[in-house]
Design a protein around this ligand. Structure first.
Ligand SMILES: C[S@@+](CC[C@H](N)C(=O)[O-])C[C@H]1O[C@@H](n2cnc3c(N)ncnc32)[C@H](O)[C@@H]1O
Length: 270
């Protein structure tokens, strides 16, 4: 395979992780079991596919570059637990059975893939260990999510940076460092009413101009008597709530006898 010199035009985002320590940490943190289905999205030459396959998990290695696909097919020809899928990540359909993702994803598709994996109410995603651009990881793990998408993901999934991965550990080196980001479902986050409550709270907050007081967000969803009780112990302004706070508030609101808004159609689809 022709290797790219650092900083040449590389629209496909090919940056191969070359550090055995970082790779081992990624796999050890992801802990795939023998019964797990693991998606390696943007598998390249099989950098992560190989150690994942060694765990005994069933691995789907998705890649669109024909040369990488050929190499993957050859490398894993006699591994019954690896399936190479030649597919564009922007068009692939996700499995219906529960799965986890362990992948060094193309930077350019980060938002698209997280939306796809974390957005739907009934996503089959169990957990993910992702290598993403450092700045992207910092933005989506911020204690005060700056947009509705991020707030929706972070209040349902615990998003955490495990380690910084310096650019020099990739070939070719990208212009910026990366992060190992872990995504773990929060307890109770799959409950239908809790998700409706959360959506109602976040959609009201992020549709407002400026930072609305939390009590006006709550008043939009329930009556005056409950507003005070539900907001107890939480910040006064909605933009000061952390993803933990939103998750707590959504559980409280879901437990009340109130009518909650439906989720938008795109969150009902997988
Ligand atoms: C950051 S590299 C990671 C490669 C390998 N997993 C590693 O860790 O060394 C991203 C990979 O995604 C692939 N890729 C980029 N865009 C893609 C797309 N739209 N669909 C499928 N694969 C894509 C690239 O060909 C590349 O192999």
């Amino acid at each position: 395979m022709r290797t790219l010199a650092p900083h040449t035009h590389n629209p496909a985002g090919i940056h191969l992780l070359r550090d055995s320590g970082a790779i081992a940490k990624l796999i050890a943190t992801a802990q795939p079991g023998k019964d797990s289905l693991v998606l390696d999205l943007g598998a390249g030459p099989g950098t992560l596919t190989a150690p994942l396959a060694d765990t005994g998990a069933r691995v789907l290695a998705v890649e669109r570059n024909p040369e990488f696909v050929r190499r993957l097919e050859k490398r894993f020809a006699d591994r019954t637990n690896v399936r190479v899928v030649r597919q564009d990540l922007r068009r692939m359909s996700l499995p219906h059975r529960p799965f986890q993702v362990v992948a060094s994803i193309p930077y350019a598709l980060s938002t698209f893939l997280l939306r796809r994996l974390l957005g739907p109410r009934n996503t089959p995603l169990q957990k993910a260990d992702l290598v993403v651009e450092w700045g992207f990881a910092r933005r989506i793990t911020s204690p005060h999510p700056r947009d509705l998408d991020t707030a929706w993901w972070a209040a349902r999934f615990d998003l955490r940076i495990q380690q910084r991965i310096p650019a020099k550990l990739f070939t070719p080196a990208p212009g910026v460092d990366s992060a190992h980001l872990t995504v773990r479902a929060r307890e109770g986050s799959r409950n239908g009413r809790t998700q409706q409550a959360l959506w109602g709270l976040l959609a009201t907050t992020y549709a407002s101009k400026g930072a609305p007081p939390l009590r006006s967000v709550l008043a939009n969803l329930t009556n005056g008597k409950r507003v005070h009780r539900l907001g107890k112990g939480l910040p006064t302004n909605a933009d000061e709530l952390t993803p933990d706070d939103w998750a707590t508030l959504a559980r409280r609101l879901a437990a009340e006898d109130v009518q909650l808004p439906r989720l938008p159609a795109q969150l009902e689809r997988r």
